[in-house]
Design a binder for this molecule. Structure first.
Ligand code: IMP
Length: 197
């Protein structure tokens, strides 16, 4: 095993996401770090992948290390894809975001939705090393269930499982979830890149 592992900074200030990524990346020859405190990056893109790129490039430039960014969110069919790239800003807190979404769908029978995660790995010189996107289909239930995870997890039931994300262990969420799927697309080429140094 090399003594000189490459550092990968997780470009996210969200502790829930950093924890998920630490688990996902634990099998790779990497030193994983959280991004430094106080780094604020404006997400000005109109797609998940544009925002992932913006964050990865900014954090790699700021830290001098490779950075992995994700941009993710929930797109609800009956709301024309909302909250989408605005998922984090849909209301002030997780419970308020859930309440707003349930209210918006109150009279709606079409509950189908999907989570999307775009991942980008960038280098300090601004180059994009890898980009992928993963999805997870499900539906918005009327009454929250489960207490694991974060964000919209308690109201998102994953198709084919009868469980919400908040009722899944990290391992199950990795298998079914949008970030886990995106990650399984990212892992082989990332491993390849790491072996090339
Ligand atoms: P981002 O930090 O800009 O990617 O914002 C993503 C937002 O989408 C989060 O703050 C959550 O509100 C929501 N989100 C993304 N992934 C998940 C997930 O796995 N479970 C629940 N909510 C999620």
């Amino acid at each position: 095993m090399s003594m000189n592992l490459r550092t990968l900074v997780i470009a996210s200030g969200n502790p829930g996401k950093v924890r998920e990524f630490e688990g996902l990346l634990s099998g790779l020859p990497l030193t994983v770090k959280a991004q430094p405190d106080g780094l604020e990056i404006e997400e000005t893109g109109s797609t998940f992948s544009a925002n992932a790129r913006i964050k990865a490039i900014a954090v790699a430039a700021a830290t001098g290390d490779w950075a992995l960014a994700d941009d993710s969110g929930l797109s609800v069919d009956a709301l024309d894809g909302a909250p989408g790239v605005h998922s984090a800003r849909y209301a002030a807190s997780d419970p308020e975001r859930i309440a707003r979404l349930l209210k918006a769908l109150d009279a709606e029978d079409n509950r189908s939705a999907r989570f999307c995660a775009a991942l980008c790995v960038a280098a300090p010189d601004g180059s994009v090393l890898l980009e992928v996107e993963g999805h997870c289909k499900g539906s918005i239930i009327r009454t929250p269930r489960g207490n694991q995870g974060f964000g919209y997890d308690p109201i998102f039931e994953v198709d084919g499982t009868e469980k919400t994300f908040a009722q899944m262990s990290l391992k199950e969420k990795k298998a079914h979830g949008h970030r886990g799927r995106a990650f399984s697309l990212l892992e082989p080429p990332l491993r390849q890149l790491l072996s090339q140094r």
